[in-house]
Design a protein around this ligand. Sequence first.
Ligand code: HAM
Length: 410
Amino acid sequence: MKKIQAQKGTKDILPSEIINWQFIENVAINTFNNANYQEIRTPIFEATELFSRGVGDSTDIVNKEMYSFEKNNRSLTLRPEGTASVVRAYIEQGFFRMPSPQKFWYKGPMFRYERPQTGRQRQFHQVGVEFFGEEKPTADAEVILSACNFLNNLGLNHLTVEINSLGCNKCRSHFRANLKKILLPKLDNLCDDCKMRYEKNPLRILDCKNETCMKELTANDIEEFIQSDFICEECNEHYSMLKNYLNQLDIKYIENKKLVRGLDYYNRTVFEIKSNNLGSQNAICGGGRYDNLVETLGGPKTPAIGFAMGLERLNLLINQKKPSKLDYFIISSNAIEALKLVNLVRRHNKSADFDYSNKKFTKQFEKAAKVANFALILGEDEIKNNTLSIKNLNTSNQNTIKFSEFLKSL
Ligand code: HAM
């Protein structure tokens, strides 16, 4: 029969790799719990409209990358990101009625139909936080700080934090007009997507990865629009305060005026954290403020900010950890006694296994040496005398003790 293979852009995460995944997940639990974020788990599929309205219909995610399907005349979509779902839950579960701020973190698989390459998959995993109910830049600083602390706790340094401010709706319209003026003479040469973006969301043209578009937008143009100081006084103050907080917190950052992010919901602060060791897919974290999204999705006006990180990319940066060995491997010719002992040990919260097919002792010792720190030997003599021999598999020291003493030692 023909073998069935995993789909392009998806991967099995194998037992040899899982230790790194569990390490990252445990660091996430500690870091985000310590910072008073509560874990939330939302469904993997949602109404398609959540993403078309939430993420925005001028984005590649909504236009080209969603896994959507019909079921019972409803259009459903495998979530391409976590923010829209958390906002939906925030509104649906009435969190907006609870005291602010409300802080959530999440992890799980996301789905985007993209061209797979190192660090880019069609099913990938994110860990992220969403912080609702505070418009002050202290929230922006805390969210960026939490991202940096998480990465530090994973042992990842030498990363670059890039920040920018997209302004608010008011000042952004001025900025859009300015940008459109710069782009107009180049419009014919831009890719079809950017021609569409020119009307819908010209900011996104700055993020286009098409080579012709990147060439068209010369350093001079960028310089020109950087100098066109578009953000209003309030947004400027918000941004300046954030930078001041980051300086005080000793978080090194660079300002990247071209940073606009690939999702439509952002306003004011946007940020990314990049690594130099990942080739073209170098963004390990992306986030920003989205003060209008709760309202866009039917809730009350609520300021919010968050980020998400790609776990596959974090995994590429973390050294492969060694799986820890079992505490005990039971060596016995008596399967029932071995099963009883393995059960007893595990009930004392120690890890243990044994040889299920009653192989010769030499074979059992070979297996034990590979997988465990200690061998517990339960031969005929030990069973008769109510004793147990313990062999340290690292030093080969062996001694025999009363069974009751062993139990006490557990
Ligand atoms: P995003 O920039 O689309 O933002 O994704 C965040 C991170 O997910 C990226 O920096 C990257 O590490 C990872 N990522 C994205 N696509 C892929 C892929 N195809 N394969 C592997 N990793 C990938 C968001 O998703 C926003 N929801 C972040 C956010 C939260 N903004 C506010 N709150």
